[in-house]
Design a protein around this ligand. Structure first.
Ligand code: GLU
Length: 469
């Protein structure tokens, strides 16, 4: 029976869930979910000075918004320190690690001498093969006995075989003199204990893989599959900064992108499936694989994101769209839509959905149903309501009043009226938009009339026709 795939996302809670982290989480989620596997979440909170509960919460919130649900409990790396120390002790007992009593000054002296003699400055401890009988009663660290000959090959599914000469790797510290485990040990032990089969993460961790592999080897543990993905670059080709607030998942939510669009866009950021740009979660789960991950850094492109976002909004089920729209309003500190407004908006979605690239645009386009009378025109709309236009509106209103409120009838009434005053309907449209919505860019005039209904529409037209002084 093939082994169950287990992936994990292991963020350090030192900042928000930035877009690179979100992409890493997504890749791990897709890989596991597409294979009936497990997707685990581990918070790497061992750096007590820089880790904050707020950052952990921001990461959890970001993942929740993106719909990247994890299996089991959230694992705290810091809470597992005893287990990490236990593995260091095990390696010590098996002779794969040793106590090193060298002081900082001695290490410094070693490096200076090595530099002066043109040798490698990687510290080589004199305690590596020392007889324990010679051990002093002094503070010590536990170091791993790194192989000195040969090479370590990381068989990376994205980068290919990456060879690191073992003389480039030192006997890294596993346990500090105060008994605390180092990060590298924590990651290897946690990944092993969590049963992680595939480590998919940013290629800034590629060098760490060689060190983590050393711990796996020393413990005799089977290695996970590694896939180190190129980092995301900005539109200018430069590396996206990790703690760039404007690029946190929360910021994208506030800009009004639906989570499905973010998932689609982030999946395409470094991974491809033929020429497919727009796809559903189901397709992404079925298609996602490590072979489709590119070696070159992907560039973040707002235009592509906006395009996909518009397509996802258009494709969303009404109920799901309204639900997510409420979340957007909440995230941006706007009051939620009361039930009656939400219902009205639902009746208008047919003419809004395929016109908005973001929820922000959707709300803007929906202004005609979200605002109450008297409608306050914006500057452009106010300009469309000059004296002549207001005169036209007041003449038009009785014609509409007698129309049955169907699209055909309303269109016929408006066209006839336009012909009667020897003008084109296009000339009526701008003041009508201004009167009905207070905007110049709106859904079609007839769509708005139908959604608003006879009474409300006529009242708005009359409001606008009236001289505002
Ligand atoms: N905690 C690391 C980070 O936030 C990830 C470590 C890993 O994936 O192995 O970059």
């Amino acid at each position: 029976m093939p082994e169950t795939v287990v992936t994990r996302f292991a963020p350090s809670p030192t900042g928000y869930l930035h877009i690179g982290g979100a992409r890493t989480a997504l890749f791990n989620w897709l890989y596991a979910r597409g294979r009936g596997g497990k997707f685990l979440l581990r918070i790497e909170d061992t750096d007590r000075a820089r880790s904050t509960p707020e950052a952990t919460q921001a990461i959890l919130d970001g993942l929740e918004w993106l719909g990247l649900d994890h299996d089991g409990e959230v694992i705290s790396q810091a809470a597992r320190a005893d287990r990490h120390a236990e593995v260091a002790q095990q390696l010590l007992a098996s002779g794969k690690a040793y106590k090193c009593f060298s002081t900082q000054e001695e290490i410094q002296q070693f490096r200076e001498a090595a530099r002066a003699e043109g040798r490698s400055t990687l510290f080589q401890s004199p305690w590596r093969d020392a007889d324990p009988a010679t051990h002093p009663d002094a503070p010590f660290v536990i170091r791993i006995k790194a192989p000195r000959e040969g090479a370590t090959v990381i068989k990376d599914r994205v980068q290919g075989n990456v060879t690191i000469r073992n003389d480039q790797l030192d006997d890294m510290v596993l346990l500090r003199s105060d008994g605390t485990p180092v990060y590298m040990l924590a990651v290897a032990v946690d990944d092993h204990d969590m049963g992680v089969t595939h480590v998919i993460r940013g290629d800034d961790h590629l060098n760490n893989a060689a060190r983590q592999m050393m711990i796996y080897d020393a413990m005799g543990w089977p290695l996970p599959v590694y896939a180190h993905i190129p980092l995301i670059h900005g539109p200018d080709g430069k590396k996206l900064s990790k703690r760039h607030g404007a690029l946190s998942a929360a910021e994208y939510r506030k800009m009004g992108y639906p989570a499905a669009a973010m998932r689609n866009y982030l999946a395409r950021l470094g991974w491809s499936h033929g020429d497919d740009e727009f796809f559903t979660d189901e397709e992404a789960r079925a298609w996602f694989d490590l072979d489709g991950i590119g070696k070159a850094p992907a560039r973040f492109d707002f235009k592509k994101l906006a395009n996909l976002s518009g397509r996802h909004i258009a494709a969303m089920e009404d109920a799901a769209l309204l639900h997510e729209l409420q979340g957007y309003l909440q995230a941006t500190g706007q009051p939620p839509l009361p039930d009656d407004r939400a219902k009205l908006l639902e009746t208008a979605l047919f003419c809004l959905k395929d016109r908005a690239k973001t929820f922000a645009e959707l709300v803007d386009k929906a202004a005609f149903i979200l605002n109450d009378r008297p409608i306050q025109p914006d500057a452009a709309a106010a300009a469309a309501l000059d004296d002549v236009s207001r005169g036209i509106l007041s003449e038009l209103t009785p014609h509409l009043q007698t129309a049955s409120w169907t699209r055909e009838d309303l269109e016929a009434a408006a066209m006839q009226f336009a012909a009667s005053i020897d003008t084109k309907f296009g000339k009526l449209a701008a003041p009508m938009r201004a009167a009905l919505a207070g905007r110049t860019a709106t859904p079609s005039v007839f769509d708005m009339l139908l959604v608003l209904g006879r009474e409300e529409s006529l009242a708005r037209l009359r409001d606008a026709a009236r001289d505002r002084g």
